[in-house]
Design a protein around this ligand. Structure first.
Ligand code: AHR
Length: 515
């Protein structure tokens, strides 16, 4: 099987925004407690942050971190998570049916971000709370001082304002599972009022309105249009969420499913631009893909995914990722990169233990899941200008199914290219990096690409992520069973590159200007 591509340094999609490589920490399961924060762990520092996790986060290289939810935020009183720890309340969390001890809150999160060099992104509660609580939260975090709320932050030990720029106006407000879910009109109104007041407190904010919580929501499309009719002048971003699934155990369909993210992005862009056109507005909203991942084993109904007895930090949503998950995940990375012109922010959901690239054991080690690797490569080497390629690949037909409540939605995919790829050119360093997925399960792909007007290039690094067993996973005992290995046999000539891509593989080929 053969496939071809052509790239020219002047044919460009757009520059990757650093915020494209974000992730997400929610008060959910062991993401915070036992994940990033575990006082008493052998590697914990004086703030209770696990150093072994910090080291892996550094390697993963997320750039921005969304917090504190997620479904959790729609019932969260931010005031519960600040002030002397011993005075903080314990609350029932109705999103995940757990007890929230509030030992970790906004100020600790900001400290954790500062320790990692990651930009904080905060979400406000537009479920059980509203615009008033949101503007007070901004005042507490960002106002320099001289008011009761900003002085309270100082009294709590954080003299300097946190300077949080990126704020999400609620979470998945279209979903019936959300506390105080809303219609598009109700949400559009409350989001507008919250945005107005939050920005009056701090004019430098960047705001994201909630789009649909999935492309398969019955209200998708109509929701975006109505919400943007209200919020268009008040926000810079509209959000999207997607979780890919393989619950039919059909790898070929699963690997194709990332292409539905491309459709979702293009559809949301079309709706946002239609709202702009109706206003004769030159403003272009950007997309915040602020939850994306593979998630299906630990999904489903609330009763099945929670543990009775209102536990603190139970081991829920601990998806163990295998080789084929990493491939579908790699396809999603390529979808995001190839829309770098409009997707200017994205968050892998989530960071540790909960549907996460990093797993830990309480009191024990931390290790990399299979999906860790495509993300780390994308974040470390995907900075620059995404090129608009011409791709010629054989295709296959498949059928993807996505559950919605008790229904099963059918998405026929009649022409899925076996080759899915993205190329990123860093004009500063001269590097060209190819991220390439071969979706054929049994056949290698003879891949040939023309690289026009880059000058002579040489292979600096090339890796393949593959395993004979698509179900192979990384565990505490075998943490590197699925890990990148050298990709050999690359023929890099003047303006061209030829390589055989192994079946069912994700490869990264990094080219540098030849000396
Ligand atoms: O990431 C897990 C959950 O998925 C989030 O809390 C919610 O926003 C989404 O439904």
């Amino acid at each position: 099987m053969k496939a071809k591509a052509l790239f020219d340094r002047d044919f460009v999609v757009g520059d990757t925004d650093p915020r494209l490589f974000g992730a997400f920490i929610e008060h959910l399961g062991r993401c915070v407690y036992g994940g990033i924060y575990e006082p008493g762990h052998p590697t914990a520092n004086e703030k209770g942050f696990r150093q072994d996790v910090l080291d892996l986060v550094k390697e993963l290289a997320p750039t921005i971190m969304r917090y504190p939810g997620g479904n959790f935020v729609s019932g969260y009183d931010w005031e519960d998570g600040v002030g002397p720890v011993e005075q903080r309340p314990r609350r029932l969390d109705l999103a995940w049916m757990t007890t929230e001890p509030n030992l970790f809150g906004t100020n600790e999160f900001i400290d954790w971000c500062r320790a990692t060099g990651i930009e904080p992104m905060l979400a406000v509660n537009l479920g059980t709370r509203g615009a008033d609580a949101a503007r007070r939260y901004v005042e507490y975090c960002n106002h320099p001082g001289g008011t009761t709320l900003s002085d309270l932050r100082k009294q709590h030990g954080w003299a300097q304002p946190h300077g949080v720029k990126f704020w999400c106006l609620g979470n998945e407000m279209d979903g019936p599972w959300q506390m105080e879910t809303k219609t598009a009109t109700e949400y559009g109104r409350i989001a507008t009022e919250a945005a107005k007041m939050m920005r009056w407190v701090d004019p430098s904010l960047t705001l994201a309105a909630c789009g649909s919580s999935a492309r398969n929501m019955p209200t998708f499309g109509a929701w975006e249009e109505e919400v943007l009719e209200h919020t268009f002048d008040h926000v810079e971003f509209i959000s999207l969420h997607t979780y890919l699934n393989n619950y039919k155990d059909d790898p070929q369909a699963f690997l194709a499913s990332a292409d539905l993210m491309d459709s979702f992005i293009e559809e949301v862009v079309a709706i946002a631009d239609a709202v702009a056109a109706k206003r004769r507005s030159a403003k272009r909203l950007m997309l915040s893909f602020d939850e994306w991942n593979v998630w299906y084993r630990t999904r489903g109904k609330r009763e099945g995914r929670t543990i009775p007895g209102w536990p603190v930090a139970p081991p829920i949503l601990e998806e163990i990722y295998n080789m084929e998950d990493a491939l579908a995940f790699g396809g999603a990375c390529i979808s995001l990169l190839n829309h770098a012109d409009r997707v200017k922010s994205a968050c892998l959901a989530q960071l540790v233990n909960v549907i996460a690239p990093i797993m830990t054991e309480n009191g024990g080690p931390a290790w990399r899941q299979t999906i860790f690797h495509p993300f780390a490569q994308m974040s470390n080497f995907g900075r620059g200008r995404v090129l608009r390629g011409l791709v010629d690949s054989p295709t296959y037909a498949t059928d993807y199914y996505d559950p919605r409540g008790t229904q099963e939605l059918h998405f026929p995919l009649p022409a899925v290219p076996y080759l899915k790829l993205s190329a990123v050119h860093n004009a500063g360093s001269g590097h060209v990096t190819l991220f390439v997925l071969n979706r054929h399960l049994d056949e290698a792909l003879a891949f040939e690409t023309e690289l026009r007007s880059f000058g002579p290039l040489a292979v600096e690094q090339a890796t393949q992520l593959r395993h004979d067993d698509l179900k192979a996973v990384n565990t505490k005992e075998r943490p590197d069973q699925v890990a990148p290995e050298p990709l050999r046999g690359i023929d890099c000539g003047p303006g061209s590159l030829r390589v055989s891509l192994p079946p069912a593989s994700w490869c990264m080929i990094r080219l540098a200007p030849a000396a």
